[in-house]
Design a protein around this ligand. Sequence first.
Ligand SMILES: Nc1ncnc2c1ncn2[C@@H]1O[C@H](COP(=O)(O)OP(=O)(O)OP(=O)(O)O)[C@@H](O)[C@H]1O
Ligand SMILES: [Mg+2]
Length: 332
Amino acid sequence: MIHSPNWKQSNMLQQVSGQEASSLPYGSDSLREDLQIFLGSEIRLTELDDLTKVNPVTPATVLRCLQERYQVDIFYTNAGCTLVAVNPFKPVPYLYCPKLMRDYHLAPQLQKLKPHIFCVGEQTYRNVKSLLEPVNQSIIVSGESGAGKTWTSRCLMKFYATVANSSASQESHETVERIEKRVLDSNPVMEAFGNACTLRNSNSSRFGKYIQLQLNRAQQMTGASVQTYLLEKTRVAYQAPLERNFHIFYQITKGASSSERLEWHLPQGATFHWLPNSERTLEEDCFEVTRDAMLHLGIDHSTQNNIFKILSGLLHLGNIHFDDSEDESQVL
Ligand SMILES: Nc1ncnc2c1ncn2[C@@H]1O[C@H](COP(=O)(O)OP(=O)(O)OP(=O)(O)O)[C@@H](O)[C@H]1O
Ligand SMILES: [Mg+2]
């Protein structure tokens, strides 16, 4: 089982925003003595895979090291047992391909491979596997908004879905594949209902989540559960300037068929106060992806229809205008 509670057994993953790392103030004026000593040494910063090797360890030297690595497209660096991930803010397909997943999964000595999120994933998987009495493992993904936490969690889930399936026998292969599909499909649904475009991140999670992946004794995935907390419900009725409501509202208004529009009372081109900035189309506006994922999770068409009707009702509620109480007292 891979899940939380024990800090001693948890792998920490620290996310850093790449945009900010590339604009660190380290011009000649701000070069401090420790940084100058560090830069004067023989070490090639891009080869420092572990920040504990940085000497002296100061915020300036650590950030300089991360920045040097970032500039040559190295996005992961260890910091002892913590992995620091810098957001590339660009597609890097080779970094997450199935071949790389296999390489990490099959590596005889993981510590000889480069720091990577798959390394954290695999180490945790091996920790469960190697123990006679399996002990729960946890990975904590933390960082500021836009740092890449959701992306990383998705990557880890894909990794576990792949490696936990590779050890499955022929008979259990189908069950594992079904569970794996459901685990991965929980992401688009959670993101449609719980993510929104903010000033910092066009797909910002407006809730926290605790994902539990359950493995059996043969290390095959047998189930998963997701608990959410602190959903920013107020966003439904109030969106800060230049921000948006939850993606799902835009998905239904943009993606409903003409018959659904009639049934849900969503005429084409209708304006809703609670849907600001809807002229901007995002990748996250794809209704079909959410619907398919809901179906795979067992939410049938009729339940989906009811959910979307309620959402449409909420949008209409937002258009209700209340007159001042003074007006009410006026004699007609
Ligand atoms: N490893 C990565 N490779 C490529 N792009 C990435 C990666 N990680 C993050 N991104 C990009 O950065 C964006 C923001 O990442 P993400 O949504 O995961 O941030 P977050 O930490 O979950 O933020 P929030 O706290 O607002 O939810 C993603 O939509 C994606 O475009
Ligand atoms: Mg997020």
